[in-house]
Design a protein around this ligand. Structure first.
Ligand SMILES: NC(=O)c1ccc[n+]([C@@H]2O[C@H](COP(=O)([O-])OP(=O)(O)OC[C@H]3O[C@@H](n4cnc5c(N)ncnc54)[C@H](O)[C@@H]3O)[C@@H](O)[C@H]2O)c1
Length: 335
């Protein structure tokens, strides 16, 4: 297959491209504006296969340029990662999120229909559930995003659903990711964007001395140690779910799946694990709760396991922390 991967120079997209090049015969074209993705990452991916990987430095907002690309290459599927992803920024600058996430996605879906690309895999998020009342969260749980980031993704989901209803050949898989973490086990690629807010990356940065201290946002939640519980999924298990989704779309109808392990760890458990794997007793301080942080967010992953036959291989918090740490050490040397 010929696959268009938007945002393939970014964290999750690059792990999917890596697996497409290593585990399949597909040809991949990345479109990325390198706003948070890195050319170095693309160069690393080219070392896996230079013949089957094409990189186009383009912004999805350039509709005519994107149409030109889609017209000239006969794509069989689109995997769409490109987005803005920082929740607090989405509150300050919602239009950036609605334009980059919802408008650009809508244009891409429009082009997919226009040029007969009938398989579309979309990166969605647990943020579409907002502050869920029921844990673990099922795909059928109420959708109540509490910030523009989550809403921009939910709106894109709805565009996909309505489009598939009206165009019967067009099929999608929506993957709702929980907390993605860790890096390539061979330490070739990882999460590179500076100022990340993800706990495991921040803990790794603190362990190697890039940050002075780590802040815990709230110690008074109704959980076993008072800190928030999240479901951390290793990026390579998540990447594998995309390859499964591609196969799934060859013979099945559109569907929506949660991506997580179905088990959560508290912030303190993550910190202790990072301290253990790094051997560094880094500084930790407690600060107040952040608005909109639910006490617990854990996926019900029954559907993806039963329907898509997805099996996690890296469901191990120590391994997740270790790969994140090794990547952080490498980044320090590269930069
Ligand atoms: N990281 C997580 O924990 C997480 C959780 C839930 C959902 N997601 C979703 O996964 C997807 C990938 O996230 P990530 O963590 O890899 O982020 P990332 O920032 O590393 O990757 C996004 C990529 O898209 C590119 N991009 C952004 N806007 C673009 C545009 N207009 N045109 C072309 N390229 C553009 C960036 O340069 C970057 O390479 C996003 O859609 C995000 O919403 C991520």
């Amino acid at each position: 297959m010929n696959i268009l991967v938007t945002g393939g120079a970014g964290y999750i997209g690059s792990h999917v491209v890596k697996q497409l090049l290593e585990n399949t015969e597909h040809h991949v074209t990345i479109i990325d504006n390198l706003s948070t993705g890195l050319m170095k990452t693309v160069d690393t991916l080219k070392c896996i296969s230079i013949e089957r990987l094409k990189f186009l430095h383009t912004d999805l907002k350039n509709f005519s340029e994107v149409e030109g690309i889609i017209k000239s290459i006969n794509f069989d599927a689109i995997i769409h990662f490109a987005a803005s992803i920082v929740v607090p920024e989405s509150v300050e600058n919602p239009l950036k999120y609605y334009l980059n996430n919802t408008v650009n996605t809508t244009n891409l879906i429009n082009l997919a229909v226009k040029y007969g690309i009938n398989r579309f895999i979309f990166s969605s998020t647990a943020a579409v559930y907002g502050e869920p009342e029921e844990i673990p969260v099922k795909e059928s749980s109420e959708l109540k995003p509490i910030n523009p980031y989550g809403m921009s993704k939910l709106m894109s989901e709805n565009v996909l659903i309505d489009t598939a209803k009206a165009h019967k050949d067009f099929k999608f898989v929506i993957l709702r990711y929980f907390n993605v973490a860790g890096a390539d086990t061979k330490n070739r690629i990882g999460q590179s964007f500076p100022n990340a807010t993800h706990l495991i990356k921040v803990a790794a940065e603190t362990a190697i001395g890039k940050r002075e201290k780590l802040l815990i946002f709230g110690e008074d939640y109704d959980t076993k140690d008072g800190t928030c519980i999240r479901d951390y999924i290793h990026v390579d298990d998540l990447a594998d779910a995309h390859l499964k989704a591609l196969e799934y779309l060859q013979h099945n109808n559109s569907d929506i799946f949660n991506c997580g392990y179905g088990y959560g760890y508290t912030v303190k458990e993550v910190i202790n694990t990072m301290k253990k794997v790094s051997g560094v007793d880094f500084r930790v301080e407690t600060s107040g709760r952040r608005p909109g942080d639910p006490a617990a967010l854990v996926a019900d992953n029954t559907r993806i396991k039963e329907i898509m036959k997805w099996k996690p291989n890296f469901n191990d918090l120590e391994l997740i922390c270790k790969t994140a740490l090794e990547w952080e050490k490498k980044l320090l040397k590269i930069n």
